[in-house]
Design a protein around this ligand. Structure first.
Ligand SMILES: C[S@@+](CC[C@H](N)C(=O)[O-])C[C@H]1O[C@@H](n2cnc3c(N)ncnc32)[C@H](O)[C@@H]1O
Length: 292
C-alpha cells in the first residue's frame, strides 16, 4: 500500500516515499481512504472533479484509436485501476464493453457505482498497488497521470508489472506519463484551465493548474490547483491545493521498463494525435504497452 501522507488529495511529497515503512520498520498505518480524514481536497467532491476533468471527445477519440490499432474492434473488457469518478470509463459505458473502475477513495467508488453502475460498470474499492481482481482484461488504462504520484523508478516498475499482470495475452496497457520538458521562463505559469463548466446539480465550476516551482533535483514540480464554483450548493466556492507532481526523464521510464517482468513498450503516443509518428519523449505522452 502506498498513499501519500496528504492522503488522497495531494500527490507525493518525496519524503512520503518513506511512508511505506515507519521509523520502526513496521509498515505504517495506511492513509485513510476517506478524504474527509484529510485536508479538504477535490477528491471529496467526485461530481465536481468529474465536471472539471471529463476528457474531451478528441481526447477519447485518440484513446479509442490506440485501442483499435492494438486490439481491433471492440467490445473490450477495460480496467481503470485509479478510476476516480470514472470519467475515462464513461465513454465506453455503452452496455457492450465490460468495465471495472477501481479506486481507493470511497466517495469516488460510490460515485462510479451510482453514475456508471446502471450502464454496467463495476466499481471496486481497492489499492492500485494491490489490486484484488482475478479477472484479466483486454485493456488496462490510466490516462490521467496517476504515474505522477509515484515516488520513484521502483514504484513505476511495480505499477507496470502489477497492471500488465491484469492483461490477457493480447491485452493493451495504456499509461499517461508526464515527461520533463522545457520549463517556462516566468513562473507561476498556467498549464491548464477550464472555466464555466456546468455542474449536474446547478451552478458552474472552474479549475486552473499552475506550475509554481520546478524541482529537477527531486524530479518533481510544485503544482497549484485552484477550483472555484458559482451558484453550486454543496460545493466549495473556492478550493486551492498545492502539491508536488513527479515528472519523469526518458531514462527513468526506460529504467522502469527494463526492470519490468510483465510489461513491454510497443510505442509512445501523443495524447492529441494517435497517428503522430515519433512524438518524442517530452511532455505528456501515452506509453503503449503489451504483456511480455
Ligand atoms: C488524478 S485522479 C485520476 C482519476 C481518473 N483516472 C481520471 O482519469 O481522471 C487520481 C485517482 O487516483 C486515486 N488513487 C490514488 N492513490 C490510489 C491508490 N493507491 N489506489 C487506488 N486509487 C488511488 C485517487 O483516489 C484519485 O481518484
Amino acid at each position: 500500500m502506498f498513499l501519500t501522507k496528504e492522503g488522497l488529495s495531494g500527490p507525493l511529497q518525496l519524503e512520503a516515499a518513506a511512508s511505506t515503512e515507519g521509523e520502526s520498520g513496521e509498515p505504517e498505518e495506511p492513509a485513510s481512504s476517506d478524504p474527509a480524514d484529510h485536508p479538504t481536497n477535490l477528491y471529496r467532491f467526485p461530481a465536481l472533479y468529474d465536471a472539471l476533468k471529463t476528457p474531451s471527445a478528441q481526447d477519447v477519440a485518440v484513446v479509442r484509436t490506440l485501442m483499435h490499432n492494438a486490439l481491433g474492434a471492440g467490445p473490450y473488457s477495460i480496467l481503470d485501476p485509479a478510476a476516480g469518478p470514472g470519467n475515462w470509463l464513461r465513454p465506453f459505458c455503452d452496455g457492450s464493453n465490460q468495465l471495472v473502475g477501481n479506486d481507493y477513495c470511497e466517495p469516488m467508488v460510490r460515485y462510479v457505482q451510482a453514475t456508471l453502475g446502471p450502464c454496467g460498470c463495476e466499481a471496486r474499492h481497492g489499492d492500485m498497488y494491490d489490486l484484488r481482481i482475478e479477472q484479466t482484461f483486454d485493456v488496462v488504462l490510466e490516462v490521467s497521470g496517476v504515474t505522477s504520484i509515484l515516488p520513484d523508478v521502483p514504484s513505476l516498475t511495480r505499477i507496470l508489472d502489477h497492471w500488465a499482470d491484469r492483461l490477457n495475452p493480447r491485452g493493451l496497457l495504456l499509461l499517461l506519463v508526464n515527461l520533463r520538458e522545457e520549463v517556462p521562463a516566468v513562473l507561476p505559469h498556467t498549464t491548464w484551465e477550464q472555466q464555466g463548466r456546468p455542474l449536474p446539480t446547478g451552478g458552474t465550476s472552474g479549475v486552473r493548474y499552475e506550475l509554481m516551482e520546478d524541482r529537477p533535483e527531486q524530479g518533481t514540480q510544485l503544482i497549484r490547483r485552484t477550483v472555484t464554483t458559482e451558484g453550486a450548493p454543496g460545493f466549495p466556492s473556492f478550493l486551492q491545493e498545492t502539491y508536488a507532481l513527479r515528472v519523469w526523464t526518458p531514462q527513468e521510464v526506460h529504467q522502469a521498463l527494463a526492470g519490468s517482468t510483465h510489461a513491454c513498450l510497443e510505442a509512445i503516443a501523443h495524447p492529441d494525435d494517435a497517428e503522430m509518428q515519433n512524438p518524442g519523449w517530452l511532455g505528456e505522452r501515452y506509453l503503449v504497452l503489451r504483456r511480455k
